[in-house]
Design a protein. Structure first.
Length: 364
């Protein structure tokens, strides 16, 4: 019996070391509520003739890729199969003086002026010349300040102030790269001085030659910042460079093809409670359990839901993203026959029109 246990343990170690490594660079997408605007900010934006008003209570969201050490962000992209989307239920705020749609190396001095620091834009790491974006909790050098004395609001929702006493503005010294913008025409107008709230890229990319790592040990790379008084949402696709020379991983928001991966955090909505049915589905999808794990012949799938008759779709993928099994209609408790699968590590994905959840399991 001890020999059997040792053999199984060695087999599991082999599987995790040699197969899980095929998808491990992206630990998730982090959304930070960077700032909440107040009346003084609103007045300043109005005086500077902002194309869309900076309403009191507008939230500035920052989006970060959370990577394992040694991984780099190469690009965020959209194509016909996987469009890149950023949306708000109202419109995005654009700083009228120094605002950009994609990071272009705005000077540190200009970043201190008016509402430049809460402009809406895309980036691969950079905020301004010599400064990289970091989570405020990882900022160690305080705040650059604001020449007009605004952006001083502080609410529990935003965690830490970006101006004033004990401020942490989410900037640290670094060498930001100005990204290449490829294939785009007017898709980014809503964050480029045109009033609008919908960005969809189906044939374009924002790319950084050689890739970008974070400037802290946690390796968080800023991908964008959006200020809005509406409900904010996105569907994100990203390519990473691996620590192995020439290696890369592609992650898409949904429906990964062979060689692609997905992650539930690539889809975000600041207002997930849009309706009761969606809430119930979201709760169910967040409680997906598969057992036994490892499994030999059968895999029991259970998830909590108040609607046992709700139909879901199930897919089993290998670690290259190839679908090896699919069940179009399932209830909230099913046994899946997996005896024909080859031994290895797999990802099971359950999805509804609103949500999806994934779990890994081992087939012995």
């Amino acid at each position: 019996m001890n020999h059997i246990k040792i053999a199984v343990s060695a087999f599991l170690t082999f599987l995790f070391n040699n197969q899980l490594n095929a998808q491990q660079g992206l630990e998730g997408i982090i959304v930070e509520k960077y700032y909440v605007s107040n009346a003084a900010d609103s007045v300043n934006a109005f005086d500077q003739l902002a194309p869309y008003a900076l309403h009191t209570g507008s939230i500035t969201y920052r989006i970060y890729a959370d990577l394992l050490p040694g991984y780099k962000v190469i690009q965020i992209f959209g194509n016909t199969e996987h469009p890149l989307k950023f949306n708000t239920s109202t419109a995005f705020f654009n700083d009228p003086n120094y605002g950009v749609s994609v990071f272009q190396g705005t000077s540190l001095n200009n970043t201190k002026k008016h509402t430049t620091l809460i402009d809406s834009y895309l980036t691969i790491g950079g905020v301004c010349t010599g400064q990289m974006g970091v989570l405020k909790i990882e900022d160690t050098d305080g705040s650059i300040g604001n020449n007009q004395g605004i952006l001083t609001n502080f609410t529990p929702e935003m965690g830490l102030p970006i101006m004033g006493t004990n401020a942490q503005d989410g900037l640290l010294p670094g060498n930001p790269i100005v990204p290449n913008i490829l294939g785009l025409t007017n898709e980014l107008d809503p964050i480029d001085q045109v009033v609008g709230g919908s960005i969809q890229i189906s044939n374009g990319t924002i790319a950084a030659l050689g890739g970008v790592e974070g400037v802290t040990s946690s390796n968080h790379v800023l991908l964008g910042q959006f200020t809005t008084d509406g409900d904010f949402s996105f569907e994100l696709n990203i390519q990473l460079a691996t620590p192995v020379a020439g290696g890369s991983e592609i992650y898409v928001a949904s429906a990964p093809a062979a060689g692609e991966f997905t992650d539930s955090t690539l889809i975000y909505n600041s207002n997930p409670s849009a309706g009761l049915e969606e809430n119930l589905i979201a709760e169910a999808m967040n409680n997906l359990v598969v057992s036994p794990n490892p499994a030999v012949d059968e895999l029991q799938m259970n998830w909590l839901t108040y609607e046992s008759t709700q139909n879901y779709q199930m897919e089993v993928m290998d670690l290259e993203g190839k679908i090896v099994m699919a069940v179009p209609n399932m209830t909230n408790s099913e046994k899946i026959d997996i005896k024909d699968l080859q031994a290895g590590v797999y990802i099971v994905k359950v999805k509804s029109p609103q949500r999806q959840a994934t779990q890994r399991f081992i087939k012995l």
